[in-house]
Design a protein around this ligand. Sequence first.
Ligand code: 13P
Length: 307
Amino acid sequence: MMGQDHRGDGTIVSVGSFKDVLQDGLRNNYAVGQFNINNLEWTQAIVEVAGEEDSPVILGASEGAIKYMGMDYMAAIARVAAEKSKVPVILHLDHGSSFDVVMKCIRHGWTSVMIDGSHHPLEENIALTRRVVEAAHSVGVHVEGELGRIGGVEDDLSVDAREASLVRPEEAELFVRETGVDALAPAIGSAHGHYEGKPELAFDRLRQVRDRTGVPLVLHGGTGIPDEDILQAIRLGVSKINVNTENQSAFTDAVRAILLHDAKVYDPRKYLGPGREAIKNAVRAKIRLFGSGANNGQRGFAPRTTV
Ligand code: 13P
């Protein structure tokens, strides 16, 4: 099940198509998880569990993680993982900040990217995203854009500031039409990191964005959003959900417990292995919640709502 080999030299890093996978989720009422990677163990854990659940999966590559792992190492590790797997495995640039970083990823074999121009005024975000889409599409690479501001939970926003940070549905319609993005991440009140209270998602805006754009929608800040809200988001057109912090916590908690329990341990496999297992458990729970796995007989169990 190879993805589109637009380079023609067999060096693409994904097996499966970002756009096809998201469109299938949109049609069949499930969301595909994007789980960010940090190293080899992370990549192995996520791809292994996706295979066990018979679920497509997206590996998220933040610029910070690319810097940490090295772009060529990350590409090579993801390529091996994807080729060994029987499910679609897609390496996706997360929050790409510039045209340049997108081009570097494409040169290294990425077949989908996010360009995050959300901190720019609307016209500039449109111009940057359109430029990326034109270049990316010309070589068969798919693009996710962002509208509104998806902050970190540390951004303690006032009610007015929160309101101002949310996506405007009429702008979403214009943005999708003008840029030609394949997927859109609209800011609906979720944030990156651990939430302090219960996140308040603006479902009315999500519904309007779905109705006005028709493209697959992406929910960022997937850690800590209650299950029923995740299901409601899927019903309202979300077909990709990003999760990072939860896996970081699961991994670190498992490693910390071992190191605290055994002050003499020095073999890294003795704690990295259980850390990898902890990521698998966390990702498995998300795949089942998102309804993307065929193995549990539940793919697409959150029927779309027209309300
Ligand atoms: P969390 O770290 O809150 O799960 O968010 C991940 C994310 O949205 C990456 O783009």
